[in-house]
Design a protein around this ligand. Structure first.
Ligand code: HEC
Length: 169
């Protein structure tokens, strides 16, 4: 091999190495962009604070997950409340909390002690605050179907079929 050939081969090998390294770097750094947390609330600070106080006092988290947090002792397969306001409206929540037997509105598959309790005894303002807060718990469109699926499966214990809906919506 002549000197000139060696130089050319050397250059080609170096170029190849550079391209390979570049591609490896691309693959290593090519992660899907994190779309973030899909849940948010549209409630005012006042409604949020009042609802949070009520929910603490009434121990909703013993059965429900909200803001992805739940009591460690929670054993009840109740639907998560994150994004629930994208599935139902404020009037529905108000009627549900005001019903003396919530299971006539939303049938339960659980034993009586795990079912959604009636909050009909609460002052009207408290039921309104809870309903307003529930209605404010929204989910981004890209996670709506996932939220609906999770709710359906918790309520019915059956696999989700998009054409079926849990309860009246
Ligand atoms: C003893 C457990 C328990 C407690 C405490 C409880 N829930 Fe529930 N909740 C349930 C269950 C279980 C369901 C699903 C329906 C059923 O099985 O009765 C439900 C349903 C709901 C729904 C309707 C969800 C849907 O899929 O549409 C809302 C909203 C709700 N609860 C809000 C609350 C709020 C707010 C509190 C506190 C004030 C609360 N729950 C306290 C068990 C509970």
């Amino acid at each position: 091999m002549r000197k000139g050939e060696k130089v050319i081969i050397g250059i080609l090998v170096a170029l190849g190495l550079i391209l390979m390294t570049q591609r490896a770097w691309q693959i290593a750094t090519e992660t899907e962009e994190d779309p973030g947390i899909p849940f948010y609330t549209t409630a005012s600070t006042e409604v949020s604070n009042n609802a949070a106080a009520l929910m603490r006092q009434l121990k909703c988290r013993e059965c429900h997950t909200i803001w992805a947090v739940r009591d460690l002792t929670q054993k009840v397969p109740a639907p998560a409340l994150d994004g629930i306001g994208s599935l139902r409206g404020e009037a529905w929540f108000y009627d549900y909390f005001s019903a003396s037997d919530p299971q006539t509105i939303l049938p339960s598959r659980l034993k009586a002690q795990y079912q959604m309790p009636s909050y009909a005894h609460l002052p009207e303002d408290d039921r309104k605050t809870l309903a307003a807060y529930m209605a404010s718990l929204k989910v981004e469109d890209w996670y709506l179907e996932e939220t609906r699926k999770a709710e359906f499966e918790k309520l019915t214990g059956k696999p989700y079929k998009p054409e079926e809906k849990a309860g009246e919506l």
